[in-house]
Design a protein around this ligand. Structure first.
Ligand code: NDP
Ligand code: GDR
Length: 372
């Protein structure tokens, strides 16, 4: 039985990957941070009680900033594959906590590679590093591919640049099987609520059901190549199954502006949105309402979107568009979802979730009104 060790198992990708590897027959070990409240929501459905015979999923307390913890765990587990998905992954927040991001996202990657090397596991353990399209940053070439020069534009991207190159360096210096997946944005109903796709789909549901009155947004002109996390975690797995370690771009090859993503998400629930004004004065107004959601509280003329400069980044990444030719050809990887199928699934899921919140509210329970 193959053993995988996943850092970031409680995150969006970690949850999908753990489920995928369990279905493939792997024993799955995950790194979980200690928190004052339960933080395993995304993986509770696949949790296996360690007291049960034959449990194939195990969670271990730890942190990417703690070398001794990582060395001990990797020694105990002796993994065939490590997926290093753990990171402080929010680009805007990385400007608020750059040192922590460097420690986790950059040096954390080094700690994993060095643990494998020191433990003499270089010939056994294959390592996947969660690299990112944020490495491309300021546009140098469109579409972006494996050979496109990097120009990171945030503390997050700079830390991930170190993670990328230290992975390449350990592969070349110590002949380790260590790979970078340069993944473009990928989303899902499990996406963190403060990333733009989920912030939008969640707000669509909340606005329609009357749980929220306004959606405050940042830069609506940014363009992203959005795919579905379910497709992208399969690419991670395929990257580690190749005869030779290498680096791959994983993307759909289609880019969409934030504003268009938002318009299509509202369209899916029968709301036509029009925009007026420019820059920080731009607003989104309901133009027409079709009876798609029977409880819909919105009506034409409602001003539901506004700009809050708090969400602007000191340096922005304007345009990401990936060229997945290499991964199509060598990995045989192709995404099943396009951006429209993705956003429809996300909106439907959030409408269901928010309906439950409405019932809770009607039952006198306090519902979270926090929206970042
Ligand atoms: P999430 O933010 O959903 O998950 C991040 C995970 O990392 C969580 O499990 C989190 O734990 C964990 N984590 C954070 N800090 C630490 C730490 N110091 N020590 C150990 N674990 C930590 O990210 P995604 O699932 O979306 O992304 C997975 C990886 O892929 C990340 O490295 C991200 O940077 C990268 N990436 C993501 C892309 C995307 O579009 N989703 C695109 C390209 C790269 P907790 O749950 O406790 O917070
Ligand atoms: P990104 O994702 O920075 O690309 O990083 P995010 O969804 O945060 O932003 C995408 C674009 O939308 C613009 N934007 C807003 N973003 C947020 N979060 N909130 C807003 O209100 C808002 N308004 C406009 C942003 O300015 C940006 O241009 C994600 C993360 O998952 C990284 O970890 C990963 O490496 C990259 O994708 C690929």
């Amino acid at each position: 039985m193959k053993k995988a060790f996943i850092t970031g198992i409680t995150g969006q990708d970690g949850a999908y990957l753990a489920e995928f590897l369990l279905a493939k027959g792997y024993e799955v070990h995950g790194l979980k941070r200690r928190s004052s409240l339960f933080n395993t929501d995304r993986i509770d459905h696949i949790y296996q009680d360690p007291h049960e015979k034959g449990a194939r999923m195990k969670l271990h307390y730890g942190d990417l900033t703690d070398s001794t913890n990582l060395i001990r765990l990797i020694q105990e587990i002796q993994p065939d594959e490590i997926y290093n998905l753990g990171a402080m992954s929010h680009v805007r927040v990385s400007f608020d906590m750059p040192e922590y991001v460097a420690n986790t996202d950059a040096i954390g990657t080094l700690r994993i590679l060095e643990a494998v090397r020191l433990l003499g596991l270089s010939n056994k353990t294959r390592i996947y590093q969660a690299s990112t399209s944020e490495l491309y940053g300021k546009v140098q070439e469109i579409p972006q591919k494996e050979t496109t020069p990097f120009y990171p534009r945030s503390p997050y991207a700079v830390a991930k640049l170190y993670g990328y190159w230290i992975t390449v360096n350990y592969r070349e210096a110590y002949d380790m099987y260590a790979c970078n997946g340069i993944l473009f944005n990928h989303e899902s109903p499990l996406r963190g609520e403060t990333f733009v796709s989920r912030k939008i789909t969640r707000a669509v549901a909340r606005l329609v059901l009357g749980l929220q009155q306004k959606l405050f947004m940042g830069n609506l002109d940014a363009k992203r190549d959005w795919g579905h996390a379910r497709d992208y975690i399969e690419a991670m797995y395929l990257i580690l199954q190749q005869p030779k370690a290498d680096d791959y771009v994983i993307a759909t090859g289609e880019t969409t502006a934030v504003r268009d993503f938002m318009v299509r998400a509202f369209e899916h629930v029968g709301i036509t949105l029009t925009f007026k004004g420019k820059g920080v004065d731009e607003v989104g107004i309901v133009d027409s309402v079709k009876p798609v959601i029977e409880e819909c509280t919105l009506k034409p003329g409602d001003e539901i979107v506004a700009i809050d400069p708090r969400y602007f980044r000191p340096t922005e990444v304007d345009l990401l568009l990936g060229d997945p030719t290499k991964s199509n050809k060598i990995l045989g990887w192709k995404p099943k979802y396009d951006v429209n199928a993705l956003l429809r699934e996300m909106v439907d899921s959030d409408v269901e979730l928010m309906r439950r919140e409405t019932h809770l509210k009607q039952g006198g329970f306090r519902v979270l009104n926090y929206h970042e």
